[in-house]
Design a binder for this molecule. Structure first.
Ligand SMILES: Nc1nc2c(c(=O)[nH]1)N[C@H]1C(S)=C(S)[C@@H](COP(=O)(O)O)O[C@H]1N2
Ligand SMILES: [Mo]
Length: 399
């Protein structure tokens, strides 16, 4: 596909398809996984669950999460602003490094590939609002099921090496990252994230490749920030500017959105909102079951292999436990190969259903710190609907 044609094709081909967002209060605390993929596909993508066409908001169906890596053409998509550049020229594209640096830099993609050490990291990118539809009452925002995430092999250059080349000036403390897209209304700020320099370690990269290919356009072509272990609001796509400052500039997305209550449970009530909040940063431990799907029929006494993925913010998955008796007893699933501490850990669990009728399959991941997923009912509410990591319950029928 010619990148130039991107918006012509995507907008013409896609009718607005908005998912239903109603989950009756108290009925269930599971994320809404009933939505079907759209009839229409965006360029470089297969049909995905589509919440909006402009900006594109696309969710990966749960059935994809049985493998360590998520294919690029099924990878979820989230943009805040509608005005995404329709044409990117990889030969003239540059990122600009400025602010509190000794030397301002303009780096092209060719420079990045030639002048810096190329590194790779396997890492999960997950929206902080992933599974938001599980919260009751429903917080504002996209009513994601659990597919606002994926895991890829990212290739690029260490952010640290780029900053070293520019040279930080004394007093440099914050670093801002800009995406190239624009707001449709001038009052909406552009997409910018600010991080404290201390937060950044060697694993943070400016990536140009995802699963061995150029980044898909909708996942931030030609360059994006990769912050392993962190929720993806900080993974700025279509990166245009890296600005080092001495002061925190309190830009919108950092200041207002992507925050949780600054208390032990990170929770509040709709009537009693927490006064102090903090940014969401490191991901908590979580797992999803990709197979079988909700509503599936499985055969009595046949071998059923439950498959899914588990991950956390980089401590590593210690074990995944499965229950087929509503959580009364739990058995360990087999973990597949370790793809690195920031990646999905795929798991398998075989069993033979002995009773006809309804059956619930549950998965609970435990990380190397001993942290484990809570039951959905034990998760406190927050107004943004962030960081949901409840134990998933898949309802199947034994026939
Ligand atoms: N430039 C830019 N980068 C962005 C965003 C955006 O709106 N613009 N959204 C962020 C959020 S909230 C998410 S969840 C991820 C989504 O990444 P993906 O579209 O590659 O799945 O991008 C992040 N980076
Ligand atoms: Mo997000």
């Amino acid at each position: 596909m010619k990148r130039r044609d991107f918006f012509k094709t995507s907008i013409a081909a896609s009718a607005a398809v908005l998912g239903s967002t109603s989950l009756a209060a108290g009925e269930t605390h599971q994320p809404n996984e009933t939505r079907k993929v759209s009839k229409y596909a965006f360029p470089e993508k297969r049909p995905l669950i589509t919440y909006s066409d402009r900006p594109p908001l696309l969710e990966t169906p749960l059935s994809v999460f049985t493998e360590e890596f998520t294919p690029n053409d099924q990878f979820f998509v989230r943009w805040h602003l509608p005005d995404i550049p329709t044409y990117i020229d990889p030969d003239t594209y540059t990122i600009h490094i400025n602010g509190f640096v000794k030397k301002e830099l303009k780096i092209s993609i060719a420079d990045l590939k030639r002048d810096f050490e190329q590194v790779e990291v396997n890492a999960v990118v997950q929206c902080g609002g992933n599974s938001r539809s599980a919260f009751t009452p429903i917080p504002g925002g996209i009513q994601w099921g659990s597919g606002a995430m994926g895991c890829a092999r990212w290739k690029g250059v260490r952010l640290k090496d780029i900053l070293d080349k520019a040279g930080l000036l004394e007093g440099a403390k914050w670093i801002g990252f800009n995406g190239r897209e624009k707001a449709a209304y001038y009052k909406t700020p552009n997409f910018v994230r600010e991080l404290e320099l201390d937060e950044l370690d060697d694993h943070v990269i400016v990536a140009y490749e995802m699963n061995g290919e150029d980044l898909p356009y909708l996942n931030g072509y030609p360059l994006r920030l990769v912050l392993p272990g962190y929720y993806s609001d900080s993974w700025v796509k279509m990166l245009s500017n890296i600005t080092v400052t001495d002061k925190y500039k309190s830009l919108f997305f950092m200041d207002k959105a992507y925050r949780v209550p600054d208390n032990e449970c990170e929770c509040e009530t709709p009537e009693n909102k927490a006064k102090k909040t903090k940014p969401i940063t490191i991901m908590n431990v979580k797992s999803v079951i990709g197979y079988p799907e909700n509503g599936a029929k499985i055969y009595h006494n046949s071998q059923v292999v439950v498959r899914g993925v588990a991950w956390d913010g980089g401590y590593g998955i210690h074990k995944v436990l499965i229950s087929i008796d509503d959580g009364k007893t739990w058995e360990e699933a087999t973990l597949k190969e370790d793809m690195g501490r920031y990646a999905y850990r795929a798991f398998l669990f075989g069993f033979k259903p002995k009773k006809y009728g309804k059956l619930n399959i549950m998965a609970k991941a435990v990380n190397s710190l001993g942290e484990e997923q809570p039951l959905s009912k034990d998760i406190g509410w927050n107004r943004g609907g962030y960081k949901y990591n409840g134990i998933q319950v898949v309802n199947v029928e034994v026939v």
